[in-house]
Design a protein around this ligand. Structure first.
Ligand code: NAD
Length: 437
């Protein structure tokens, strides 16, 4: 099929490349000229394992094109995917300005043949209706608007896309359903089901999924906080609790809370949707508060160790990305930790395998900023303690003796529970983690 993807970020680029990989002719469109220029030359502007290879292969097969000209990309397309940003607005609800602006634009530029417009962005219930109304106002025939929320995870996005847990299609149009089934046929089977439902249910599914995952994280984080106080080991508890298949063991790793471009905004947006329909979604509001609190409990742990006096101290920070295997720093807990330490008069030297440039851009215009280094051990020099904010594999494999020997004082605050507390103690390290004695 001829497919256009509007918005070439994490979701749009992965979707576009993977749709090309399964045999479609794909044009990815973005308003960011420099991004399109880099992609045209075969450079992937984000860190996503496996993506660049697939991009090259499909460019070589002439099945993958990039442009800033929406009309050129859309006019011959049978399907137009929207993978546009939906950041939180000032009141916490999803900001739909990019999605609705493109809907207006599509009314002017869609071709004459039947086109299925597919929304992949995470959007509040009713957005497919709004997009449809806006397109139909200018282009009254031959268009269906479908909801197709995306569940890929950054870091394993290609695999998630090619082997989806499920594909959710929200449509009440049999014609559009048939087109969607045809497109996804190579990726779906009994183990990777395609689930068809109405548009509103599909839109709500994405928020429900992300909010339930966020709830699981916040729940185990709060168990960790209780474990800290009563002298229990959250990992032993999580293992035993997760053995129950009704609960499951994944997403039960205690830490300093979730970040990223999805959970924080989606949980907030679901609370807002409920509120605007007269419903007080209490669990979700508690998840939001617990997640914010978690990073401050961790910062408190650090300052308490120094009897409240961190001014003049120097900290090493490992891990800036909101999770491993991505360069994405949106809502990363590391930002709150850096800011709190700098505000308290400490200095910070930070290392991340992929996210350094993004952090440098955030702090570029600020006076107080962390020093960024290109080597994990270089960050440890002269530091009073090491703080771990992201569980990159590289950190898990580091030698504890070497860490202890490089730090000025052998102290680790591990916000991701990556080391064995006994091994850390055996290496002479004062080791504080989350919910473990
Ligand atoms: P992103 O910010 O990485 O990418 C969005 C892209 O859209 C950018 O390249 C931007 O330049 C482009 N853009 C903005 N306005 C445009 C316009 N008018 N025309 C063309 N291009 C335009 O965002 P993302 O992380 O890919 O997320 C996109 C959507 O998918 C969001 O709703 C998000 O919640 C959802 N989602 C994200 C993930 C994820 O892991 N990142 C997973 C599932 C769903």
């Amino acid at each position: 099929m001829k497919i256009a993807v509007i918005g070439t970020g994490y979701v749009g680029l992965v979707s576009g490349v993977c749709f090309a990989e399964i045999g479609n002719d794909v044009t990815c469109i973005d308003i960011d000229q420099s991004k399109i220029d880099r992609l045209t030359k075969g450079h992937v502007p984000i860190y996503e394992p496996g993506l660049e290879e697939l991009l090259h292969e499909n460019q070589a097969r002439n099945r993958l094109h990039f442009t800033t000209d929406a009309r050129e990309g859309v006019s011959a397309a049978q399907m137009v995917f929207l993978a546009l940003p939906t950041p939180p607005g000032a009141d916490g609800s999803a900001d739909l300005s990019a999605v609705l602006a493109v809907a207006d634009q599509l009314g002017d530029i869609l071709g004459d043949s039947y086109t299925v417009v597919v929304n992949k962005s995470t959007v509040p219930v009713g957005t497919a209706d709004q997009v449809r109304e806006r397109i139909l106002a200018k282009h009254p025939e031959g268009v269906a608007v479908v909801s197709n929320p995306e569940f890929l995870r950054e870091g394993v996005a290609v695999r998630d896309f090619m082997e989806p847990d499920r594909v959710v299609i929200g449509t009440s149009s049999p014609e559009a359903e048939a087109v969607m089934r045809e497109l996804y046929a190579p990726l779906t089977d009994e183990q990777h089901p395609l689930l068809v439902m109405d548009e509103h249910s599909a839109e709500l599914t994405k928020y429900a999924a992300n909010s339930l995952l966020a709830t699981k994280i916040s729940f185990i984080n709060e168990i960790a906080n209780v474990a800290d106080r009563v002298g229990a080991d959250v990992e032993a508890v999580a293992r035993a609790v997760g053995a129950d298949p009704r609960i499951g063991s994944r997403f039960l790793q205690a830490g300093i809370g979730y970040g990223g471009s999805c959970f924080p905004k989606d949980v907030q947006a679901l609370a807002k949707t409920a509120e605007s329909h007269g419903y007080d979604f209490q669990i979700i509001k508690a998840v939001l508060a617990a997640n914010q609190a978690q990073r401050y409990f961790f910062i408190e742990k650090i300052t308490k160790h120094f009897n409240g006096e961190v001014a003049g101290r120097h900290f090493a920070l490992w891990g800036l990305a909101f999770k491993p295997d991505t360069d994405d720093i949106r809502e990363a807990p590391s930002l709150a930790i850096i800011d709190a330490l700098l505000d308290a008069g400490a200095t910070v030297t930070a290392y991340d395998p992929e996210a350094r440039d993004n952090i440098a851009a955030v702090y570029a215009a600020r006076q107080r900023k962390p020093q960024l280094v290109a080597d994990a051990f270089a960050a440890l020099q002269d530091a009073d303690a090491l703080i771990i904010a992201t569980e990159w594999k590289e950190f898990r494999g580091a030698q504890l003796d070497a860490i202890a020997g490089t730090l000025r004082t052998p102290v680790i605050f591990d916000g991701r529970n990556i080391y064995d507390p006994q091994a850390a103690r055996a290496a002479g390290i004062t080791y504080a983690s989350m919910g473990r004695p």
